[in-house]
Design a protein around this ligand. Sequence first.
Ligand code: FAD
Length: 358
Amino acid sequence: MYDYAVLGMGVVGLAVSIRLSSHGYKTILIGESKSASTSSAGVITVQLENIQDILLVKKNIEIIEEFLEKYGGEDAGIVGREFISIENLEDAEESRNLLEKAGVRFKQLASKEALEVWPYFNISEDEIVTHTFEDMSIEAEKFIEYLLKIARENDVELKISKVLQVKLDETPEIVLEDHSTLNSQTVILCLGAWTRKFLENLGIFIPIVTLCCPAYRFRVKEKITAFADEVYESYWRPGFSNTIVGGGYHAEIVNDPRDFFKKPPEKFRRSAEKLLKERVKMDVEFIEEWTGPCSVTPDLDPVIDKIPGSSIFFVDGLRGYGFMRGMTIGYLLADVLVGRESPENIERYSLRRFQGLL
Ligand SMILES: Cc1cc2nc3c(=O)[nH]c(=O)nc-3n(C[C@H](O)[C@H](O)[C@H](O)COP(=O)(O)OP(=O)(O)OC[C@H]3O[C@@H](n4cnc5c(N)ncnc54)[C@H](O)[C@@H]3O)c2cc1C
């Protein structure tokens, strides 16, 4: 019998299980390896649109820094620090207000000044560059391997398997792909975009739309600083050996999990490449493209809740910002479960806020 069974080996499942196990609870993490997390473009930035998210990312960066210090960082997949946003005047003013309120260290540069630092960009006179310093660029697959290593070191039992079902008994029973079963006092579903269908089988409806999001890798001549182009709408970060990873803000709605990793339409790649060339004065050579699922709630905030009358919890709806907030959300839920944080701290993510839609 486990204290906690965490289902789903993405960034959230890994964070929850590492935290629970480090508090001394017998924890098993069960899941399949392919995830939105391993498909992530790997941008972690505090330059987001609301204070709550900025604070979650700040905390996320702190957690990763602690890992780097405790477990070393050579194999964590981190390929860059800092981030810039290229924005029009109005958006830059909004960013300034938000970053000041969130207590983030930043600088804003006019185009002439910015071009002295980053001569490979096209930046026009009516654009402003906002520069932050603690952000991270990460090769996502490497980072997930790194978290798996940390989970093992923290005595999390790892089991690679599809979960067929969780039975809603007093002590939930988990049925694995080979039809073996195991029991746990508490079960936490961290199944990302797969959560909605899994919950439907348990009679719970969550109002989430699933998008299939693409990312691209191009070869470039020199290393770039990670950036969001808020005027032409694309984002990019440095990768291993003179590559860059990112894309435009394109996505397609998908309902069937079999389509979560389907090949992106050719027009998305052409558009991403065009957007990149508008902004960067460099030859770029296409290397690879991939996709993965992002799940989005009506108010864009995550869902953290519990199936009424059971000890089954679930987390979903981290949309295209889950890699940068997933560790914080996972830690928060784990700390609430073991009584180290007040349940009030996750109340705002409850499914009740969508009552009118259910
Ligand atoms: C192309 C792309 C680029 C992105 N770029 C960024 C970015 O730059 N920055 C950022 O912050 N976010 C980014 N995101 C979003 C981010 O990757 C996700 O929000 C985040 O990874 C979600 O994490 P998760 O743990 O909730 O879900 P996931 O990582 O999807 O994990 C869920 C896990 O559950 C497993 N699972 C599902 N059903 C079962 C079952 N029945 N049995 C066993 N296991 C099961 C899945 O296989 C998977 O391993 C991007 C996403 C995509 C697709």
